[in-house]
Design a binder for this molecule. Structure first.
Ligand code: HEC
Ligand code: HEC
Length: 242
């Protein structure tokens, strides 16, 4: 198996919020055209909306972008050899679109991200993501802990889609810096032990993720990880925009 250099380390460290650029591997021969890249940006917007819905614990918000991913036309001029990845992505999108539990969407969107990464790998492209600066280390409260969670979730996500071992590693490493305790979280009486359990599981997932080889082990870890965000936000009424 060969590895594709993403971008120079220096360029990756530059904080470019939300910008994704594509860097081709050594061989610049294959298909792509401008419209293909645009098509890919559409993919990224829609799949990221599904993931954000899961994190927010909002099952309904996942349906529309998942349906788009399941039903959209494949880009013109795509080599037949790439069809299996497209089919896998669509199948998982259909599962997400009709799911009745957030755990199902969490797992499906993670498998989708893996098939994005598989096709990028197979086609000799790696998507390089710019990203926001790491949350400051000296401030420790629920908000900064959550920003760490989100930063980690976004890097691991980039790691699946890129694919990128580096981005995956940054994400799981950040998780080990999360020092959240249940006492910090406003909890209904009786829910404390459940919240404690979720905090503990996030930590375990981080540990497991850091040792997971690229491919299905990572997407499985990621699916469990997203479910934990969703479960705790629904339990506590917290979360992005909540
Ligand atoms: C069938 C193969 C295939 C699948 C599946 C696929 N991609 Fe791509 N993707 C490519 C190729 C090839 C390129 C390089 C295109 C170019 O920029 O020339 C690319 C490029 C990209 C880019 C960079 C576009 C640019 O040039 O700025 C992004 C972002 C992207 N893909 C996201 C995704 C996401 C997200 C998914 C999954 C939901 C996905 N892709 C699924 C083949 C695929
Ligand atoms: C143990 C419970 C718990 C877990 C697990 C959890 N969260 Fe949260 N999250 C909360 C609570 C509670 C809030 C609301 C905090 C507040 O308003 O003070 C919150 C808020 C947030 C916010 C909004 C912060 C802001 O700046 O407004 C984001 C983003 C977030 N969480 C992301 C995540 C992600 C991503 C995960 C999974 C990797 C996750 N959280 C896992 C309990 C949790």
């Amino acid at each position: 198996m060969r590895f594709h250099q993403l971008v120079t380390a220096a360029a990756q460290l530059v904080a470019v919020l939300g910008l994704a650029a594509c860097v081709s591997a050594e061989d610049e021969s294959s298909v792509p055209s401008e419209s293909f890249a645009e098509h890919m940006h559409g993919h990224l917007d829609q799949i990221s909306a599904v993931k954000a819905a899961v994190i927010a614990g909002d099952l309904e918000a996942a349906r529309e972008p998942a349906t788009w991913l399941a039903e959209h036309e494949q880009p013109p001029g795509m080599p037949d050899a790439w069809s299996p990845y497209m089919n896998e992505m669509r199948m998982q999108a259909r599962i997400a679109a009709s799911a009745t539990a957030l755990e199902t969407v969490a797992a499906a969107v993670s498998e989708m991200a893996r098939s994005c990464g598989d096709c990028h790998q197979a086609s000799g492209f790696a998507v390089a993501f710019g990203f926001d600066q790491r949350p400051p280390e000296d401030v420790q409260n629920v908000m900064t802990q959550m920003q760490r969670h989100l930063w980690a979730a976004d890097r691991m996500w980039d790691g699946l889609i890129g694919p990128s071992d580096k981005a995956w590693g940054w994400g799981t490493e950040m998780l080990s810096e999360v020092t959240l305790t249940s006492e910090q979280i406003p909890t209904e009486p009786g829910d404390e032990s459940q919240v404690d359990g979720l905090v503990q599981q996030i930590r375990e997932v981080g540990n497991e993720g850091s040792g997971a080889p690229a491919g299905e082990s990572r997407s499985a870890v990621y699916g469990r990880f997203l479910s934990l965000c969703a479960n705790c936000h629904n339990l506590t009424g917290g979360g992005p925009g909540g």
